[in-house]
Design a protein around this ligand. Structure first.
Ligand SMILES: *Cc1c(COP(=O)(O)O)cnc(C)c1O
Length: 401
């Protein structure tokens, strides 16, 4: 196996180096491929399958919804939108939500909100602060906000109006924006996902919140990956006791059904009016039902607590396994969003783990990422460690090229 396997089909565009397996079905945190091999799911479809696979309460609810109405239109009221918006605002302490289908769309909406926020107060060339190593999506605007030259390569000219700063450096943020009247927003992930599981420090978040208040900037937090209970709170920034003005969500919100949302507080909730923004598929009854049921089941089955306790158990077990092992630089993250940074590129771990029956990912070249379903049990966490630890140790013992 190789991480950059040949294209599997002459007709599917070759946008991913795919592993040479195809999944056929799943149950809980377990999935099976078309050859009948079982895998423990440490990836959850990239932090998407919150409730694992074939959840006994989610599936009948979705079947019920499909038999009633899959899609209507934003020309009409959609009761599911009203219900899910009420729930998301209750959980976040914000006030209004807009629904779309993906993470990048939620982020596009946030960027448009920030620009119109600026225009509404007479700023004709609004600028938005973004971060090194950030990932916000693959559209032209979200790609421009992303801090990874590799994914931007070949797609210029990029969108202008972004100021880039390093993580967790408050002085650098102040310096980069000093005397600039065009700044309208600061935009970041509480814990960077694709960038390598890089958390913002809580103290830094509080400093940025205060600066946004002083300067009348929007604080926009991309919780597409770290949100929806993954860290043990509904939204990862809640650990710092702060509230953003704008919060894009997606990935885990629908347990696998495509859904995105941008949730806004009082300063941003009324920037858009009719005609300013829209979507054909966003907020459809099927996706809304998936979001509503996902949150209901998470509350009923106490999955925030599960993410926190199983996550800290998993992190502690990884720390024990890798303590003092040269080559393991750091184990980072919170709840069920964990990264193991090695001192060298380790893409091959992905293939070897897959061979050994464990799905995970490697991000930022050298960080092994675990973002399993939030229903993961203690025993399954132990099983992840039992499969992964020997692989990593063997890998690190190999001579470096
Ligand atoms: C995955 C991700 C996105 C993009 O979401 P898509 O649904 O792939 O468009 C944006 N921001 C963050 C933090 C992500 O992890």
């Amino acid at each position: 196996m190789s991480a950059t396997a040949a294209p599997s089909s002459p007709h599917v565009m070759n946008t991913y180096g795919r592993l040479p397996i195809a999944l056929s079905h799943g149950q809980g945190c377990r999935v099976w491929d078309t050859e009948g091999r079982a895998y423990l799911d440490g990836l959850g479809g990239i932090a998407v399958n919150t409730l694992g696979h074939n959840h006994p309460e989610l599936v009948p609810a979705l079947q019920d919804q499909i038999s009633k109405l899959i899609h209507s239109s934003n020309y009409y009221h959609v009761p599911g939108q009203e219900q899910l918006a009420a729930k998301l605002t209750e959980l976040s302490g914000l006030t209004n939500a807009f629904f779309c289908c993906t993470g990048l769309e939620a982020n596009e909406a946030a960027l448009k909100l920030a620009r119109k926020f600026g225009h509404d107060k007479g700023i004709e060339r609004p600028e938005i602060v973004v971060y090194e190593a950030a990932f916000h999506g693959r559209s032209i605007a979200t790609l421009s906000a992303t801090g990874n030259p590799k994914v931007q390569q070949g797609f210029g000219p990029l969108v202008e109006g972004f100021i880039r700063v390093p993580l967790n450096d408050f002085d650098a943020l102040k310096k980069a924006t000093e005397g600039n009247p065009n700044v309208v927003a600061v935009f970041f992930e509480t814990i960077q996902g694709e960038g390598g599981i890089n958390p913002m420090r809580w103290e830094y978040l509080r400093q940025v919140r205060q600066l946004c208040d002083e300067r009348d900037w929007l604080m926009m937090i991309d919780e597409v990956q770290c949100g929806m209970g993954r860290t043990g709170k509904w939204f990862a920034h809640q650990w710092a006791g702060i509230k953003p003005d704008v919060m894009p969500l997606a990935k885990g919100l629908g347990s696998g059904v495509p859904i995105g949302a941008v949730v806004a507080g009082p300063r941003a909730a009324h920037i858009f009016g009719p005609g300013n923004h829209g979507t054909t598929f966003g907020g459809n009854p099927l996706a809304m039902r998936a979001g509503i049921e996902t949150i209901r089941i998470m509350e009923e089955q106490k999955l925030l607590e599960n993410a926190a306790t199983v996550g800290s158990h998993l992190k502690a077990a990884l720390e024990r396994e890798f303590a003092g092992l040269p080559g393991v630089k750091e184990i980072r993250g919170q709840g069920l969003m964990l990264g193991i940074e090695l001192d060298r590129p380790c893409g091959v771990i992905l293939n070897r783990a897959c061979d050994a029956g464990l799905l995970l990912s490697v991000t930022a070249d050298s960080v092994i990422r675990l973002v399993p379903p939030l229903i993961l049990s203690m025993a399954e966490a132990d099983e992840i460690v039992a499969i992964l630890a020997p692989l990593v140790k063997a890998f690190l013992a190999e001579p470096q090229p």
